[in-house]
Design a protein around this ligand. Structure first.
Ligand code: DGY
Length: 331
């Protein structure tokens, strides 16, 4: 039978649980300084609580699919000092509850900026240039040459791209898009300094930016203020035949409204890496040949996943040695 839990005989090292699969260099590095229990699958929070209690762990590394609520925190052992997520997003954390219990929480910013921005460009290019439809034609054997007026995409070069959330990833997307001669508009809680803004145009009002976006890409975090920020009204403010891209979080989108915008052909295409209900996404998206779908893989390169794991380890090391972790989310 496949074993899901791996642990060595306990030692004097502090106990660390890695509660999801991660590339082996991270496990090997962790084993040099911690008594590591790790799992081959993303385990449930019930299993996290059980193993953490059995092993009296001092630290837990989780991924974005493992929701750390008040109730989970209440059941974790008092030995626990830190929970480090190997993700930049931390909407799966109850920060206030952890703060009240004195448990430190950390995330992994910076290290996944480039891979997520690269992936966003992949979705923009694929959506504009009909990549999924071409793949399907080739899979079916092609066979008839297309006329010069058939199966046409929309030009990427020279388009206007609106970015919601001009943080690290938004800026990295803008940097790449400039290489395609794309004009950048953005909306963010704060305007960037001139050195960072460069030639981008700032809109303090998101809705006022939308009518100018031939492509819209979301890079804002999941917060109460961004929940379903894309809805019937905001989709309708986009120009007809625009392209919608989401590599941020599914909670930013009212998926009924998105499906409606696709059905009515108001949108030319969409590229979606994130969904309201992951991993059980709304399979109605499969009806649309012009929608590029991915299973939340924006940061999924070997290099980045190792870097994320090592950054989470760095946070754990600092915490357990009494220093302030670099990416502390709780104060
Ligand atoms: C993140 O880090 O928040 C990504 O969505 C997961 O890779």
């Amino acid at each position: 039978m496949r074993s899901i839990i791996h642990a060595k005989e306990s030692s004097m090292k502090p106990a660390l649980m890695i509660a999801f699969p991660i590339p082996s260099p991270v496990i090997e590095r962790a084993q040099q300084e911690f008594d590591v229990v790790h799992t081959d699958i993303e385990i449930s929070t019930e299993q996290i609580i059980r193993i953490a209690t059995e092993k009296q762990v001092r630290a837990i590394m989780v991924s974005m699919g493992q929701k750390i609520t008040q109730s989970v925190l209440d059941q974790l052992p008092p030995s626990l000092k830190i929970i480090a997520t190997s993700s930049v997003g931390y909407d799966h954390f109850d920060l206030k509850a952890a703060q009240n219990k004195g448990i430190q929480l950390t995330n992994t910013p910076d290290v996944l900026t480039d891979s997520t921005a690269d992936f966003t460009l992949l979705l923009i290019l694929s959506a504009c240039r009909r990549a999924p439809e071409y793949t399907e034609i080739m899979n079916k054997g092609w066979g008839t040459r297309f006329g010069q007026d058939e199966m046409l995409g929309t030009e990427v070069t020279g388009k206007t791209l609106g970015i919601l959330g001009m943080g690290r990833i938004g800026q990295a997307v803008a940097k790449r898009a400039r290489g395609f001669g794309i004009k950048i508009l953005y909306n963010s809680p704060r305007r960037l300094s001139p050195e960072l803004e460069l030639d981008a145009t700032y809109f303090s009002d998101f809705k006022k930016m939308l009518p100018h976006c031939e492509i819209l890409s979301l890079h804002a975090p999941a917060r109460a203020t961004t929940a379903q920020i894309m809805n019937t009204e905001t989709f309708s403010l986009l120009p007809a035949q625009s392209i919608f891209i989401n590599t941020a979080r599914g909670s930013l989108v009212d998926e009924e409204a998105l499906i409606q915008a696709l059905r009515s052909k108001h949108l030319f295409a969409a590229g979606l890496d994130v969904f309201q209900n992951e991993p059980h996404f709304d399979t109605r998206f499969l009806e649309f040949p012009n929608v590029v779908l991915a299973p939340h893989m924006g940061s999924a390169t070997l290099e980045t996943r190792i870097a994320m794991g090592l950054r989470a380890l760095e946070n754990i090391r600092s915490s357990l040695s009494g220093q302030r972790p670099r990416d502390l989310l709780t104060s």
